[in-house]
Design a protein around this ligand. Sequence first.
Ligand SMILES: [Zn+2]
Ligand SMILES: [Zn+2]
Length: 121
Amino acid sequence: MDIKPRLKPKKPCHHPGCPNLTDNYYCDVHAPEHRGDRASSGKRGYGSKWQKARANYLRRHPYCVRCYKGGVLTEATVVDHIVPHRGDPKLFWDETNWQSLCKPCHDKKTWNEDATPEYKY
Ligand SMILES: [Zn+2]
Ligand SMILES: [Zn+2]
């Protein structure tokens, strides 16, 4: 029986029209070009509908809820998902899952969740 570990088969690069095979999503040639894709994909994917909903929500909830808990009024600039939606449209569009945050609080939250998931809600 052949139980030797095998290398994963290479897949074609996802860059349109590129014939190279790669272990990753893009080949070495195209990986640098697409490095920014993941960071901005959220914004691009949800488009103007989200921009509008977001602006509307911030108008109704103008202050950062985290700063508010600490007794400080800070203008919120980010609508954050309390439960990470991870692409689930139901969670994404559920306003009861939204909260207004200022940029520093949002960055802190994202950082915490990536490092150590919290389940205190
Ligand atoms: Zn390529
Ligand atoms: Zn804040």
